[in-house]
Design a protein around this ligand. Structure first.
Ligand code: ZN
Length: 233
């Protein structure tokens, strides 16, 4: 039995208590040095003058999107359930760009599969305490692109076979093999990674050198958010 309970502290920040196979793990508090939106009211105020900052569910705006939301399962590097309910949300502006990526991919009989998108700030704190390696997990002091609702972890699926393209490693593989510049890969794997990188870049996304699956919107002006998926509307 694996459950995630969510409570709030007096500062209205989420405290995630993860109960996984008898283990109770409480998120350590983080000390952010950037503003963190932690109430529905604050989010509503911040998007009132900026409609493109609204959060949208990716399945609602990207036809045919495939999801495998790993942090809602134990099939992730922490082996714990981090999300009580899996959901893929992004800000409207990058989500619309991702929809254009999907449209172009479908002409090649390909589709996007998303592993994670918006990630509540508290979850990044938990991940940091689990793996304090800034090559792979954003230091929570400044929050991450995922916390801003502008990043997605994803891969490509061949619609004719229903299988993921071979990217050389799985998602959240924290080894050199997952790096964009890792040379010891089969030509087809290199071509698959290039295809993903090229199409994401073309539609406004940037990448990080250490994770072939991670892409984020180039505009960094969105605020960090610490709300559950149900609180984004
Ligand atoms: Zn990522």
């Amino acid at each position: 039995m694996v459950t995630t309970l969510i409570t709030r502290n007096s500062g209205n920040h989420l405290i995630w208590i993860i109960l996984a196979t008898g283990t109770v793990c409480r998120a350590q508090p983080c000390k952010p040095i950037v503003p963190v939106i932690a109430t529905r009211q604050a989010l509503a105020a911040s998007v009132a003058s900026r409609p493109e900052a609204k959060f949208v569910r990716l399945e609602d705006v990207i036809p045919g999107l495939i999801t495998d939301l790993r942090y809602a399962t134990t099939n992730n590097f922490t082996h714990s359930v981090l999300y009580a309910r899996g959901a893929a949300y992004m800000r409207q502006e990058p989500a619309a760009a991702l929809a254009r990526v999907q449209q172009e991919l479908q002409k090649k009989h390909l589709a996007l599969k998303v592993f994670d998108a918006y990630r509540p700030y508290s979850i990044t704190c938990s991940l940091w305490h689990h793996t304090a390696d800034k090559r792979y997990v954003a230091n929570p002091r400044r929050g991450s692109h995922h916390n801003r609702g502008t990043a997605a972890d994803l891969t490509l699926v061949d619609l004719r076979t229903g299988r993921e393209l071979d990217m050389g490693t799985g998602f959240d593989n924290f080894t050199d093999t997952a790096h964009h510049d890792f040379a010891g890969l089969a030509p087809q794997v290199i071509a698959n990674r290039r295809l993903l990188k090229h199409i994401m870049w073309k539609h406004g996304f940037n990448f990080v050198p250490t994770e072939w699956w991670h892409y984020h919107w180039r505009d960094k002006s969105y605020d960090v958010v610490d709300l559950g998926f149900d609180e984004l509307k």
